[in-house]
Design a protein around this ligand. Structure first.
Ligand SMILES: Nc1ncnc2c1ncn2[C@@H]1O[C@H](COP(=O)(O)OP(=O)(O)OP(=O)(O)O)[C@@H](O)[C@H]1O
Ligand SMILES: [Mg+2]
Length: 365
């Protein structure tokens, strides 16, 4: 038995998700989970972190390290667990740049592990992605390793995460995992909700605004013509593709019309692009779709997805004992545990790496 903590800050810049996880053989049990929401000023800074001058980026690296450490300590206090019982912290950090196809392939996650180790007294494994890049991989996706480890024993299933970007892993017995980004997750939705409420709402809580609006199918079709959706997997995307200019280009004049209609259309499209991507690119018959990520809380989005995939069962990962936003941090807890045990912790078939390696750099306690 081993306890590990996973820390994650995703593309939505909503906050730090921290999970305290118990691993027993192949079993995983979520002992505690907590999201530490970023203040709006920091969320804004993170969204534009790429533009920071080096001294400011270096400071942000340390500041995030402090916040990650605090997230871990708060979680331990909440669960009344002494730090010495925790074997390792797996910290993904916050991605400020990911350029696996640049002339010099590179990726950068901030959140100084030295600070996390110092403040918690727990060894930290961080910087998972660069080693995958070093063997020719994309440095992503890394979560399929967890998906396969936890859910890969039965009939083929889809593990669909709806974070900022939506990504899927297909796993099953004797099936080589297939993983790709289906397209936008909450990123377009959040953008529409923020712009149209002049920043009053960071996201469309429970999908209430979308529920009130009318879906414009002509715009849905226009969005679906984006070349990303025709590219076969493996493939990944990000907010540099699905952003406000994308929305403005497809909505044209209608961008400023009834805001509930805009949010309704974007919400429907998010579900549509997931369901249609399965039709286009998933070569096996699925038995179930298990959804994770903050998108699970958007009822309108989940209802669209259920209807579009009917009769395939679409279920929240809560049914399997994980909080929707805990899967990713739990996955980095597993990857860290594997790393300190000198066991490979990624699938070259999903990242494009030439060899299996042990990802992550260790900072001792
Ligand atoms: N109650 C809610 N109702 C509707 N949407 C919600 C709710 N809670 C969270 N969300 C959505 O979930 C998003 C955050 O999800 P999550 O933390 O899984 O994404 P992320 O941090 O971007 O991670 P990733 O790296 O996987 O993209 C929010 O930006 C918001 O859009
Ligand atoms: Mg998040």
């Amino acid at each position: 038995m081993a306890l590990a903590i996973g820390l994650m800050s995703g593309t939505s810049c909503d906050g730090i998700s921290a999970a305290l996880v118990e691993f027993r053989g192949r079993h995983v049990r979520l002992i505690g989970f907590r999201t530490s929401t970023y203040p709006e000023s920091l969320a804004q800074l993170l969204r534009h972190a790429r533009e920071l001058a080096v001294p400011h980026a270096a400071q942000l690296h340390v500041l995030l390290g402090e916040l990650f450490a605090k997230a871990a300590r708060d979680l331990l206090r909440l669960r009344r667990t002494p730090a010495r019982r925790v074997t390792v912290i797996g910290s993904h950090g916050h991605t400020v740049y990911h350029g696996p196809r640049d002339p010099i392939p590179c990726t950068l996650q901030l959140g100084e592990p030295a600070i996390i180790a110092e403040r918690t007294g727990i060894p930290v494994v961080a910087d998972f992605r660069p080693r995958d890049l070093a063997v020719g991989g994309e440095g992503a996706p890394l979560i399929p390793f967890f998906d396969r480890w936890r859910f890969g024993t039965g009939a083929p299933r889809a593990l669909q995460n709806i974070g900022g970007i939506a990504n899927v892993t297909i796993v099953g017995r004797r099936l080589r995992p297939i993983a790709f980004d289906t397209g936008p997750g909450n990123c377009l939705l959040d953008m529409a909700a923020q712009r149209l409420t002049r920043g009053k709402q960071r996201f469309d809580r429970h999908g209430a605004m979308a529920q009130r609006g009318q879906v414009d199918l002509a715009i849905v079709r226009r969005m679906w013509t984006h070349p990303y959706f025709r590219r076969p997997p493996p493939k990944s995307t990000g907010p540099e593709v699905f952003n406000e200019s994308f929305l403005r280009s497809v909505f044209g004049q209608r961008w400023v019309s009834r805001r509930a209609d805009v949010v309704a259309t974007v919400t429907y499209f998010t579900a549509y692009s997931i369901a249609e991507s399965y039709r286009r690119f998933v070569p096996v018959r699925l038995s179930e779709v298990i959804v994770s990520g903050g998108g699970v809380f958007n009822r309108t989005l989940m209802n669209h997805l259920k209807r579009l995939l009917d009769p395939l069962p679409v279920r929240s990962i809560v049914r399997y004992g994980l909080h929707p936003q805990a899967k990713e941090p739990a996955a980095f807890a597993l990857l860290a545990l594997r790393a300190i045990r000198h066991q490979p912790n990624h699938f070259p078939s999903t990242t494009g790496a030439s060899h299996a390696r042990i990802l992550g750099n260790l900072t001792p306690a």
